[in-house]
Design a protein around this ligand. Structure first.
Ligand SMILES: Cc1cc2nc3c(=O)[nH]c(=O)nc-3n(C[C@H](O)[C@H](O)[C@H](O)COP(=O)(O)O)c2cc1C
Length: 161
């Protein structure tokens, strides 16, 4: 039996970036949640993935939409991160944003965006594995990514070569 507290402490020593998964439904309701478990999966075909908690309300609302945008947050977007990590009825209230080619919410100052259709969703333990087929993507070359490590947020510091 693995102790859950030990599991969290050990896995928390692995650093991740921070993304917000966004989508808009047919009624115009915008949804979003913070995800640290995002990763690139395949180049040919181009696939990305992440692991939403099976209890996530936001994911339950995004799944039937059938598509989503990955917004990679910059280190100056801690406020956006906190907003989308909290449970709320309208996480987009008073938040200006653009749109991806497929019409999903594109967060201002996100350093990367990736427009995806949902390729497959599998149940894996207490999470889902979501695989997205990449349809369009872009990099804005503004700022550096927000990092999450050891239960805290970090900025990127370059090491000497
Ligand atoms: C840095 C960070 C990384 C997170 N990574 C994940 C993740 O990979 N999967 C997940 O389900 N929740 C993750 N969360 C938690 C969700 O953002 C949060 O529980 C969720 O948005 C709560 O509301 P919901 O019910 O609207 O989904 C993360 C939160 C933070 C702050």
């Amino acid at each position: 039996m693995i102790d859950p507290a030990l599991f969290r402490t050990v896995l928390g020593a692995y650093p991740t970036g921070v993304v917000v998964i966004t989508a808009v439904d047919a009624e115009g309701q915008r949804r979003g949640l913070v995800i640290g478990s995002f990763t690139s999966i395949s180049l040919d075909p181009p696939l990305v993935g992440f692991f939403p908690d099976r209890r996530s309300r936001s994911w339950a609302q995004i799944a039937p939409i059938g598509r989503f945008c990955v917004n990679v947050l910059g280190s100056d977007q801690l406020d956006v991160c906190r907003r989308f990590a909290a449970r709320a009825e309208d996480k987009f209230a008073d938040l200006a944003h653009g749109h991806t080619p497929s019409g999903q919410p594109l967060l201002e100052n996100a350093i990367v965006w990736i427009d995806c259709s949902i390729e497959r969703v599998d149940e894996v333990g207490d999470h889902y594995l979501v695989v997205g087929a990449v349809e369009a993507l872009g990099r804005r070359d503004v700022g550096t990514p927000l990092l999450f490590f050891g239960g805290q947020y970090h900025d990127l510091a370059e090491l000497p070569a």
